[in-house]
Design a protein around this ligand. Structure first.
Ligand code: ZN
Length: 125
């Protein structure tokens, strides 16, 4: 295949198109462009990108924000109201802050799983 899984991962981590490597896949903080500006690859074709991004965000915020906040409350480093505020506010900021990266990583994960689905890797016959 012309585009390898390693290239797809490298491009995905940098939020670049998995097909051609051009940057700028985001239309806004919360949305992908409908297609890549470099090669025209359809970015909107896969339903579930947004729900997948939200699911990754929930799990990541549990691991990175909520569990540490609970541990700090259990060890009496934080009071319960401060722990609750940190959990709610921290989770919100964490998910919103990482949302663009998670969108790009969903595109990457899809094409790492199905590299033959990239236009550059399709069989011309
Ligand atoms: Zn492209």
């Amino acid at each position: 295949m012309p585009v390898t899984r390693a290239q797809i991962i490298r491009r995905g981590l940098l939020c670049a198109c998995p097909n051609c490597g051009s940057r700028g896949l985001l239309a806004s903080w919360f949305r992908l462009k409908p297609a890549c500006g470099g090669c025209g690859m359809d970015l909107a074709k896969s339903d579930g990108f947004y729900t997948g991004t939200t699911s990754i965000g929930y799990v990541a915020s549990i691991l990175v924000v909520l569990i540490p906040a609970c541990v700090l409350v259990a060890k009496k480093v934080l009071s319960v109201p401060v722990g609750i505020a940190l959990g709610i506010g921290g989770s919100f900021l964490f998910v919103v802050g990482l949302y663009p990266a998670m969108l790009c990583w969903m595109v990457m994960a899809y094409h790492v799983a199905l590299p033959g689905d990239l236009p550059a890797n399709r069989d011309p016959s």
